[in-house]
Each structure stands twice: as C-alpha cells, then as structure tokens.
Write a protein that binds this ligand. Structure first.
Ligand code: SF4
Length: 465
C-alpha cells in the first residue's frame, strides 16, 4: 500500500532582522518521525533552509550560524511609521515555487508557526501552498497558532488549527481532513522527540531535544502555555540517538533545544554528558537557550567542561532578587554568582559565559539595566541583552497591554521585540546599542580572553531582533 504524502512546511520569516543561530524546524522534524511510524510519507519544505541550492548562486555560505538570505518587502500598514527596512527572510519565492512544481501533490499540508509577530510570513507561505495545491487541506500549528488561535483563525487561510503540542490531535485532524487511512494511524501516539533528520538537505550539527516544556512558570515566558506538561526522555535513549546520529552524519556540534536541560541533572544531564565524555571526547555542546543557573553545581560545571560545552547562555534576566521573587523564582543573584564561580573553577572563561538579561520590560528603567549589566560584568560574565517580547496568555500580558505604546492586544506585529513595545522612558535603541558597545569593549578588553569571544555572540548582538 502506498504511503500517503504529507508536506511539512517551515514558513518564511518577515521581520526587521533575523539571524540564524543553529535554527532548525525541530518540531516539524519530530512530527515527521511520528507520522512516518504511523504510515505517512512526510516531506519537508523549509523556506528558511540555509543549504538551499539557490543560495549557493547568491554566495551564501551555510554554517549553522549566520545571516539568513533576505528580500526587502513593503512594510505592513501597522509598521509604516517604523524607520527600518522590513524583509522576508529565507529562500526566494520563485525558488520555492520551482521546488513545489517538482513535488507530488500531498494529501495534506502541515504548516508550523513561531513568533506571533511573524504571522505575515506564515500567511504568505499558506497562500502560496493554496495556489500551488488547490483543494489540499492545510493545517496550521506551532507557537503563534497556540498562543493566538483566534487571530490565526482570522489571519491565516488554513483549514484547521492545532493548538498545543503537535502530537495531540494531529492524526485525528489528518483523518478527518483527508479521509486517508494510512497503515497504522494510532490516535493517541506516544510523545516522542526523535527528529527525522533524513528530511534535512544537510546535517551540519545535531539539533537535540531531551525534554519538552519547563517545570517553572516565569511571568514573562510562554513555555507552559505552549507545552503544558514537562516531559523528559530516558537518558539511555538520548545517548543512543545522539551516538547513532553523530556516526551517521559525522557531526561534532550538538545543539540543545531544551528549555530545562539541567533540571535534575544527576539523573539527566550528567549521565548524558558523561557518556559522551568517554566515547566522543571531540563533541562541542551548545545551548543557545538559557540554562537554569540554580542547577549548576561544581559537578555539573565540571561535567559540562569535560564534555566540551562551547556555547553557554545562562538565563539570569535580572540581577534583582525582587524581580525573581515576583516573576517565578527560577533563580536568585546568589545562585547565579555561585554558578559562575563553579563554571570558572571548571575552566570556563568570562567570554565563554553568556548571560541573558531581559530588557524593555514594563516599568524597567535604563538605570536598572545598567545595574544588571554592571553586576554581570563584575562577576566576569558576558551580558547578552535580550529584548522583551510580550507573550499573549503569560502572567505579564495584562500589564504589558496596559503599558504598551502600541495596541498589542489587537495586532501581533507590535509584539516584535525590535519595537521595544512596552519599554519605559529612556529604554530605546540608542541606549541599548550604546550599552552593547560598552559591554563588548569591556569583555573584549579582558586581555587574555579576548580571542575566545564566540563570534556568534558578537554577531548576534549586532543583529539581534
Ligand atoms: S525557566 Fe526559562 S523556560 Fe522555564 S518558564 Fe522560566 S523563562 Fe520559561
């Protein structure tokens, strides 16, 4: 029996800036594994693919990190007054069209979505799918669809919306919308995390997800809304999968997509990292998502060092304990300072230890930001300013709506962190860019450590959204 085709689509991004920091459509790749096991034949259309052959001709060098190809677009009406260029990031439309002309008509198309303020890119992608495959049901899922299903229902021309983790309800939706019955359509599939890497054109690094969700519930974060339950894999399964993918694709870089990799590290992160310390000592581990600083003790820090941790981002957000008490209690200044000490004792340098600090929060003043930066620099870390984007449904949403200079409750384009949509007086791009320059100067003048500053840190600071 022929397996029914299903096309999984990673849409274009429309934004003022976008930077590829080991980005891969991991959610779709995980769903692809599940669909394959259940009798479907998944294919991937990645509009953001840095390895697309058309980019060679444009001189784009794919490495896993770098600038996405962009095409300047007319700004949407809501952003007309913003004095910055607005672009479509990803492959040119005509190239995607050519790709689609060679693809067999699928039984269904599943489109994912990420940031709420990227919805115009999702809409453009869905419209092209409609044009190329009239009559094929289109299902929209992902973060934007989960956070703003009502808006997505109005703004995107999809036949069905999926809210929450993709596994739940996907097979049922496919059966209803396509009336195709593949060989093994189990309605309640076991949640799994293995990405179908065979769908990628090129595997330059290994995207890894060892858990879903997060046990914390910070007021500014949407993790719990998108993944209501915190679930982890068995370390032995993670080890087996990484090992076999490392051999199959001959890669040395492992990129963790987890929200909470270090939680309960004695039973999870440590056994995983220790296993590779002996069998694969040349691996480099990267965590572009913030690690939980309260989970870093001397043993964890040493294990990270021995395993070859290369990119470390700590999720501090603020140096203020009052902030942490009122925002979810994921850490404290004392825990952070101890974690940094343990990491340094284990052999990491200041420039290795990137620290996320949230900027542009409602009511936050420039002097609070300067204080956070100073505190992070004083303990010898590399402060990374992360602009706050309001998340619908989060505990900070109501205050954000109230304090925003834009109608963020009716137009998701205004959630864009580039706009600093809820920042207080004095917290603007001039201030942030000056602060970033000062940080770079101080970290880079850290004498002997100068050469070890990760280029991705510098680049991302320059072009961060
Ligand atoms: S700890 Fe991190 S991932 Fe978890 S809720 Fe807080 S910000 Fe989100």
């Amino acid at each position: 029996m022929k397996r029914p085709n299903i096309m999984l689509v990673n849409p274009w991004v429309h934004d003022f800036a976008a930077y590829d920091l080991w980005a891969k459509p991991l959610g779709l790749l995980v769903l692809a594994s599940m669909l394959r096991r259940q009798g479907w034949n998944p294919a991937l259309l990645d509009c953001m693919d840095p390895d697309h052959p058309s980019l060679d001709k444009l001189g784009h060098k794919a490495s896993g990190r770098g600038k996405f190809h962009k095409t300047i677009l007319e700004k949407p009406a809501a952003l007309q007054s913003i004095p910055r260029t607005f672009s479509r990031y990803g492959i040119e439309v005509e190239e995607i069209r050519k790709d689609l002309e060679t693809i067999e008509r699928p039984e269904a198309i599943l489109v994912t979505s990420l940031m709420t303020y990227w919805y115009t890119g999702v809409s453009e992608t869905v419209d092209l799918m409609r044009e190329m495959f009239p009559g094929v049901p289109i299902i929209l899922g992902g973060i934007y669809a989960s956070l703003m299903p009502n808006h997505a229902g109005r703004a995107i021309d999809a036949d069905a919306l999926m809210v929450g983790p993709g596994e739940s309800g996907l097979i049922e939706t496919l059966l209803t919308k396509t009336r195709v019955h593949p060989v093994n359509p189990v309605l309640n599939p076991v949640v799994q995390f293995t990405p179908d890497l065979k769908l990628l054109r090129c595997v330059r690094f290994l995207p890894v997800l060892t858990s879903r969700g997060c046990p914390y519930q910070c007021v500014y974060c949407g993790s719990r809304i998108i993944q209501p339950h915190y679930r982890r894999r068995r370390p032995a399964d993670v080890i087996r999968e990484i090992e076999s993918a490392v051999v199959e694709y001959d890669v040395h870089d492992i990129v963790l997509y987890d929200d909470a990799f270090l939680c309960d590290s004695n039973r999870y992160a440590i056994p995983i990292l220790e296993a590779f310390e002996s069998i694969r000592p040349n691996l480099r581990w990267h965590s572009p998502n913030g690690l939980h600083v309260s989970e870093i003790n001397p043993r964890v820090a040493l294990t990270m060092k021995k395993a070859g941790f290369s990119t470390i981002r700590l999720g501090l957000e603020s140096s203020s304990d009052n902030f942490h008490i009122s925002s979810g209690g994921k850490t404290s200044w004392a825990s952070f300072a101890s974690a940094v000490e343990y990491l340094k004792d284990a052999g990491f340098k200041s420039s290795d230890i990137g620290v996320y600090l949230l900027v542009g929060l409602p009511g936050q003043s420039p002097s609070q930001i300067e204080h956070d930066v100073e505190m992070a620099l004083n303990v010898g870390t590399y402060p990374r300013l992360a602009e706050y984007s309001p998340i619908p449904g989060s505990a900070l949403w109501a205050e954000s709506v109230q304090k925003s200079h834009y109608p963020i409750d009716s137009e998701p384009l205004y959630h864009n962190c580039s706009l600093l949509p809820v920042a207080g007086p004095g917290v603007n791009w001039q201030f942030l860019s000056k602060t970033r320059k000062t940080i770079r100067k101080i970290v880079e003048s850290g004498s002997s450590e100068q050469n070890s500053v990760c280029p991705s840190i510098v680049d991302r600071d320059q072009s961060c959204c």
